[in-house]
Ligand binder design. Structure first.
Ligand code: 13P
Ligand code: SF4
Length: 366
């Protein structure tokens, strides 16, 4: 008789050490059938089990190139969706805790983006004048919107290259959901701030006049990351007053003012690499998620580097933190028993259109 799916209740009260040993055993049993991908924001107890770690771009390439039958994504929901879209139909993408979403991704949805596109059509012909770009931190149906309308996906690593591509197609860009990544990238490429407008999805016509829409080069969605918006320029000023030799590095989801005060701005992978490559003894102030910053501090202490978190208050990504060793063990032991739990699966039509936009991104030379 076939065994029954193991319920999560059996794992709820297991301690981390027990999980650690059993995860290793389950990985061994699953062998090449399994690949675990881990985003840099994952807690250490989960991150250490990842076969590949990285930022969103690196992990999406890992997912696309993996041969494993099961892709267990220790990250958030949109990442598992991308893994499902880019992998073969016989591969299975799994998210250990399905409640691990992304609050920024939720700030744009197909209803309000479709409505924005229709409203823009009252002023100009968007199909001829606007390339839609969705940050990879978005649901699959927004990637499909971009695929359908000649657009593209971007990540924090390749945003400048994606913007170049977008402007080579049409004269304007609609960038969602993160206004900060859009603004920081556009500014870096020399687009004046006056040519960027913010589309407030709660207001008719995005709260903009027809002329504002006509004159804009970039239309930025009014979305943001609640974790990265906690970082403030004054936190940099206060730290530099005490330790003037500090190098400041931030994620481009931080505000324009924070990024302007930073010596370096880039994705999580870029932050890891820049600190790893720095001279021994360097002091760093970092504007990104706490789990990553704490890990970097531990990792590079032996080289005399000190890595500090930018905010005096704790700002973790609570959804990234949802993936714990208990959930990871639960999905793995079910796989050992032949049960797939927490599969993330994108319907065929959405996946097909979303893949057009993802492929446009993956075809770029970065
Ligand atoms: P990265 O692609 O830089 O890892 O960013 C993902 C993310 O969600 C940052 O908040
Ligand atoms: Fe989303 Fe912000 Fe968490 Fe990144 S840090 S996954 S953008 S909520």
């Amino acid at each position: 008789m076939a065994s029954k799916e193991i319920p999560f209740e059996n794992y709820f009260s297991l301690d981390d050490e027990t999980c650690e040993a059993r995860i290793a055993k389950a990985k061994e049993k699953l062998g090449d059938d399994l690949v675990i991908l881990g985003h840099h924001y994952q807690r250490n107890e989960v991150f250490r089990h990842a076969d590949f770690s990285g930022d969103s771009l690196k992990l999406s390439r890992n997912a696309a190139n993996s041969d494993a039958k099961y892709i267990v994504f220790c990250g958030v929901h949109f990442m598992a969706e991308v893994a499902d879209i880019l992998s073969r139909p016989d591969q299975v993408a799994i998210l250990p805790d399905l409640a691990a979403g992304c609050s920024m991704a939720d700030m744009a949805n197909r209803i309000n983006v479709d409505r924005a596109w229709e409203e823009m059509a009252e002023v100009l012909n968007p199909e001829e004048t606007i390339t839609p770009i969705t940050y990879i931190n978005s649901a699959a149906d927004l990637k499909s919107f971009c695929g359908k309308h000649g657009g593209i996906v971007c990540t924090s690593t390749n945003a400048p290259h994606v913007l170049d591509w977008a402007f080579s197609q049409r004269e304007k860009v609609l960038f969602f959901p993160d206004q900060h990544l859009g603004r920081n990238t556009g500014h870096k490429m020399g687009i004046p701030l006056e040519e960027m407008v913010v589309w407030d999805f709660d207001k008719p016509m995005g709260g903009l006049t027809a002329d504002e829409i006509r004159n804009a080069k970039m239309i930025l969605w009014k979305g943001f990351c609640s974790v990265h918006q906690m970082f403030q320029p004054v936190q940099i000023d206060n730290f530099l007053e005490k330790y003037p030799e500090t190098k400041v590095i931030s994620h481009p989801e931080c505000s324009f003012e924070v990024c302007q005060k930073s010596d370096f701005v880039g994705s999580t992978e870029y932050i890891v690499k820049t600190i790893a490559d720095s001279e021994p003894g360097t002091r760093w102030l970092v504007g990104t998620e706490l789990n990553l910053v704490s890990r970097l501090n531990e990792q590079f202490q032996s080289e005399g580097k000190s890595v500090h978190f930018m905010s005096p208050t704790v700002c973790m990504c609570s959804t990234m933190f949802r993936t714990d060793p208990q959930h990871l063990l639960w999905v793995l032991e079910n796989l050992v028993e032949g049960h797939v739990v927490n599969q993330v699966s994108v319907d065929t039509t959405t996946a097909h259109e979303a893949k057009l936009a993802l492929d446009n991104m993956l075809a770029l030379p970065i």
